[in-house]
Each structure stands twice: as structure tokens, then as C-alpha cells.
Ligand binder design. Structure first.
Ligand SMILES: Cc1cc2nc3c(=O)[nH]c(=O)nc-3n(C[C@H](O)[C@H](O)[C@H](O)COP(=O)(O)OP(=O)(O)OC[C@H]3O[C@@H](n4cnc5c(N)ncnc54)[C@H](O)[C@@H]3O)c2cc1C
Length: 534
């Protein structure tokens, strides 16, 4: 089989994840199926955010063959077991966890239903997962030595985004990925509309069979050259800017490292709070239509406290939406060029990761790009819809009325129709595993083969629940007090106390003696420096 040439443009997280994953997965046992090259600009910086991940990151690290501890050392990574949402419901200091792991009682997982029928005196997540407690106690999800504490805890990482891309670059280049530090200046199109070659400011002309656009929001290939449209989602997700402020531990070290991401709602959006080895990263994601830049600056500094006076901040503008077709002709947009749905559930890197994994599974070794692209685009689009609905839900379930922003996000026109229908449905019948299904392949009803050879998809989008399943929906819906009125009506006021699953009780009881504090684990195992508490 002829070796295929893949040329990636862009050396951010998306570009280097794609380069290292494609090389690792498609070239194996001495077989050179693809020649991967990557070109990145020496002048256009990476976006430099994207520091919280979800557990799927473990797959891509393992597939590339990266040692977890080495990865943590090189990227200043800390563990992430959950996201804690604070002040999303009614701004009273309340909070809830969306934890990665939970027990699934067998043979039938009715934990959600049992909790709804109870007095809901214990937060839902705490009845099915030990991780909210472990997070409150700032414990690591790993033991210092060999693990002997029952089923492993599910975790992801926080990491330094720039160091992550650098680390992947080093790995990819050491394995033969060709690297060019040059600006792409021109794109040569074939008369059939495909991309033939890229030209650079170093006078080079680079040809390939497949081009991957990882140029971030610039979308140099997919949009500027091929004209594929961006589908805008700002009607449902109002935030369009982040004010990013690193907080070095030299300036403020709280005395612990949280093993979770904090997401705290402010007046016109929310703040992420992400711990690394030498700093926390905080960023105020907000809507410029509802807050002016000075006020946003004041708010993030008030969130951080008096030491914030000494800190610099920078602005990151973004747009939310997705590419109408991520794969068009012989070009695939991966990363921000393919779409972005604000970072509330840390899905940016995940979507790049998924795109790359899907590409390996649909790699056009045999030329028939249209059929492969149809299926690829369908799966990617469904996953974007899934993420959109889920993030949209965090906002629309709020009961906050204290600012114009929070009043706005609850309006019917700010809730997309799929989500509206789902929430209506789940008001009649609580969410269940079976509610997440979808399978569609070319040739089935709703797909039409066009004379051009590609397929038109006439079926409305349906989320697949492969990412945000019933577990995640329950975490957020019940964290946001969904169905509380209905429960009163259905089950009356005199309901039994919420029960905590036996395995959670056992785990939480033993955790303080089994699991080390997160900061100590990081210091002892992956070399995080020790800091005096401020
Ligand atoms: C505010 C914000 C917060 C986020 N937080 C998270 C998070 O917590 N978790 C998460 O998973 N994701 C997050 N994301 C998403 C995440 O940042 C991105 O998915 C990730 O960084 C991938 O970016 P990228 O590689 O597509 O683009 P970039 O990092 O912007 O890289 C673009 C690359 O293209 C190159 N380039 C541009 N023009 C040219 C040219 N002419 N020639 C050659 N090269 C060129 C640049 O040099 C650069 O190397 C966040 C995004 C934003 C906006």
C-alpha cells in the first residue's frame, strides 16, 4: 500500500496531538502507512489556554505511548477528579460536583430515581460518588505506592497548555514527524477544488494527500481557502471572551492543591480556577454584551482577592460554533478551526482528540473520501450538538435573576430546541440510560446520495450520549435542583432520607488514611516544588 502524505498546519495542542496520534496509531510494527509533517508559524502564537481535560485524555496518552508520571512532570499536570460548580443555581454560595466517577449499582442502576424519591437531603453526587468528598479534602486519586483501595478512581488532568504542545512536539519529532517552522502564505488548489499544496514564506511548496487545518480560529485552509462556513452558536452560548490571569504560587499559595476544577458563576459568566505545579490559572469567561471590560477586570480581581493587584491579565476572544463540515474534500479541520463550544466542561481538547481518533478510523487509504467524510462529519457534528446541549443546560437551569446576563440565559430563545425537548421529556420521566441512542450510516433512510458522489444528511441531529451520558445529566440536573417541584407532586413531602451507596460510605471512611493529600503526592512523585502557604 502506498504511504499517504499528511500535512498538518498549526502547532497548538490540536496540531501536535494529531501529529503524534496519527503517527503512533497508523505507523506500527515498522509499517509506514503515513508520512506526517507539521508546519507551524514562528510568528502566530498558540492560543495558550486549554488546561483542563476530561478522562478521554488518558486514551490519547496511552495510544501515543506516554508515561503518565513523565507527562505530569513535563506539563506541570495535577489531577482532576471533578468540576465543582458554585453559584450557578441561585448565587447563595451553593455548589455541586460533576465528578468523573460514580458507582453504578447492579443489576439496575436506579440511583437517580431513588434519590428523587428521597428527601434529597444529601447532594445527589455524594450519594453515588466518593469524589465530591475526596475533592473537599484535597486528596489525590492515586496512592504513593501500589494501589490497594478497590476500584480505581477516574481522573483527568489539569496541565500547562503550552508545555503540553511542546512535549508532544518533542515526542512526534523524535519519531520522525517532519517539522517546519514557517508561515503558510498561499494555498494551491487543484482544478477539482482539492488542495494541491501549501506555499510558505521560506519559499517551500509542500504537497500532501491529506491536509489537516489546525490553525486555530484563523482556519486558514478550511475557511479562507475552501470556504467552508462556520455555524454560529452564540444564540445559545452567550460568552465570547475570557480574561485570563495566572496566579503564581509565589504570590498566593492556598496551602493545598485542589484535585478538581472550580467553576464559579459571576455576574456575566463564570471563572475557571485550575491548579498546576507553579500557579493556578484563573479565567473569567464572560459575555461582552453584558459586561464592559473594566467591570470584568474588577470582578475577576475581586474573585481572586487583594493579592490580585500584583497580577497581569490578558484577553482571549473566542467564538462559539462549529464548521458546517469539518472534513471537506482533502482537508480536515481539527481543533479551534473545526469548532469551539466554550470551556465550561473542558471539551476543547476532547473534541480535537476525538477528531483525531475518528480520522484514524476513517483514514482514506483507498481514496473514497466522500463516504468516509460523510460518516466522520456526522459523528463530529453529533458530538458537537451533544456538547452544545449539555453546556446550554448549565445556564438555562439557573434560577439567578440578579443580573441581566442570568435573566437572559433562561429565556426560551436561549435554549436550543433539542435541549428544550429533552428537558420537557425528562420532566415527565426522569433521565435514563436508554434515552441516549443514535446510529446512522450512509444508505439508510434520511441519507441521499447526490450526483457529486457525496451524501446529504437529511436526518435531524440527535446526540449520541457517548460523552455526556445519563450520569453527567443527572449530576448537573440534580445539582441544579431539576425536578424538585415535580418530586413534591409525585412523591409528597414526607420522603425518606437520601441514602448513600454502601461502597461510597466505605471508600469515604477509609480515604483519609489511604489517599495522600494531592499536593504531597505531586511533590513526592512528580516533583512539584513545595510552597509556604500564604
Ligand atoms: C478561553 C478558552 C479556554 C479554553 N479552555 C479549555 C479547557 O480548559 N480545556 C480544553 O480542553 N480546551 C479548552 N479550550 C480549547 C483549547 O484551547 C483548544 O482546543 C486547544 O488549545 C487547541 O487549539 P488549536 O491547536 O486548535 O489552536 P492554537 O493553539 O491557536 O494553534 C494554532 C496554530 O496555528 C498556527 N498558525 C496560524 N496561522 C498559521 C500560518 N499562516 N502558518 C502556519 N501556522 C499557522 C499557529 O502558529 C499555532 O501553532 C479553551 C479555549 C478557549 C478559547
Amino acid at each position: 500500500m502506498q504511504t499517504k502524505r499528511v500535512l498538518i498546519v498549526g502547532g497548538g495542542s490540536a496540531g501536535w496531538m494529531a501529529a503524534s496520534y496519527l503517527d503512533a496509531v497508523l505507523n506500527y510494527e515498522g509499517r509506514r502507512a503515513v508520512d506526517v509533517s507539521l508546519i507551524e508559524s514562528p510568528d502566530v502564537p498558540r492560543i495558550g489556554v486549554g488546561e483542563a481535560t476530561i478522562p478521554s485524555i488518558n486514551h490519547i496518552l496511552a495510544a501515543i505511548g506516554i508515561d503518565e508520571k513523565e507527562f505530569m512532570r513535563r506539563t506541570e499536570a495535577t489531577f482532576k477528579q471533578a468540576i465543582k460548580f458554585t453559584n450557578w443555581l441561585d448565587n447563595s454560595g451553593e455548589g455541586y460536583y460533576h465528578a468523573f466517577g460514580r458507582v453504578t449499582p447492579t443489576p439496575i442502576d436506579n440511583a437517580g430515581l431513588h434519590w428523587l424519591r428521597s428527601d434529597r437531603s444529601i447532594p445527589f453526587m455524594e450519594t453515588v460518588s466518593s469524589q465530591p468528598r475526596l475533592c473537599e479534602w484535597n486528596l489525590a486519586p492515586q496512592m504513593p505506592g501500589k494501589w490497594d483501595f478497590g476500584p480505581k478512581l477516574t481522573y483527568a488532568f489539569h496541565m500547562n497548555a503550552l508545555k503540553f504542545a511542546d512535549y508532544l512536539r518533542e515526542i512526534a519529532m523524535s519519531r520522525g514527524v517532519q517539522h517546519y517552522l514557517e508561515n503558510v502564505t498561499d494555498i494551491d488548489l487543484h482544478e477539482n477544488g482539492d488542495i494541491d499544496a501549501l506555499r510558505t514564506d521560506a519559499g517551500r511548496r509542500l504537497e500532501a494527500d491529506l491536509f489537516i487545518d489546525c490553525t486555530g480560529f484563523a482556519a486558514l485552509l478550511i475557511e479562507k481557502s475552501l470556504g467552508v462556513k462556520w455555524v454560529d452558536y452564540s444564540q445559545w452560548l452567550l460568552c465570547d471572551r475570557a480574561l485570563v490571569m495566572p496566579v503564581p504560587y509565589d504570590v498566593d499559595y492556598p496551602g493545598f492543591v485542589r484535585p478538581y476544577t472550580m467553576s464559579t458563576a459571576l455576574s456575566a459568566g463564570w471563572v475557571w480556577d485550575i491548579p498546576l505545579h507553579s500557579r493556578r490559572g484563573v479565567g473569567y469567561v464572560h459575555s461582552t454584551a453584558f459586561i464592559d471590560p473594566e467591570e470584568a477586570e474588577r470582578e475577576i480581581r475581586a474573585y481572586e482577592g487583594p493579592h490580585a493587584e500584583r497580577l497581569d491579565s490578558r484577553i482571549v476572544e473566542f467564538k462559539v460554533g462549529m464548521r458546517e463540515k469539518a472534513w471537506f474534500r482533502n482537508c480536515i479541520a481539527i481543533g479551534l478551526s473545526g469548532g469551539f463550544l466554550e470551556p465550561l466542561e473542558s471539551t476543547g481538547l476532547y473534541l480535537s482528540d476525538l477528531a483525531t481518533v475518528l480520522l484514524t478510523e476513517h483514514f482514506p487509504f483507498h481514496g473514497d473520501m466522500e463516504t468516509l467524510a460523510f460518516r466522520y462529519n456526522r459523528i463530529m457534528a453529533n458530538r458537537f450538538y451533544e456538547v452544545l446541549d449539555f453546556i446550554n443546560m448549565h445556564y438555562c437551569l439557573t434560577r439567578r435573576t440578579d443580573t441581566e446576563f442570568w435573566r437572559e440565559v433562561q429565556k426560551p430563545e436561549r435554549i436550543n430546541d433539542r435541549l428544550k425537548a429533552k428537558l420537557e421529556f425528562w420532566r415527565k420521566k426522569p433521565v435514563a440510560h436508554v434515552d441516549f441512542e443514535d446510529q446512522l450510516v450512509p444508505g439508510q433512510p434520511y441519507t441521499v446520495a447526490r450526483s457529486s458522489g457525496d451524501f446529504a444528511d437529511h436526518r435531524p441531529p440527535i446526540d449520541t450520549g457517548k460523552l455526556f451520558t445519563r450520569s453527567s445529566y443527572e449530576a448537573v440536573m440534580y445539582g441544579m435542583d431539576f425536578l424538585s417541584d415535580e418530586c413534591r407532586e409525585w412523591y409528597g413531602d414526607d420522603r425518606p432520607q437520601s441514602g448513600v451507596h454502601r461502597r461510597i460510605v466505605e471508600r469515604v471512611t477509609l480515604a483519609p488514611e489511604k489517599l495522600p493529600p494531592h499536593d504531597l503526592w505531586l511533590q513526592n512523585v512528580v516533583g512539584m516544588p513545595a510552597y509556604p502557604a500564604s
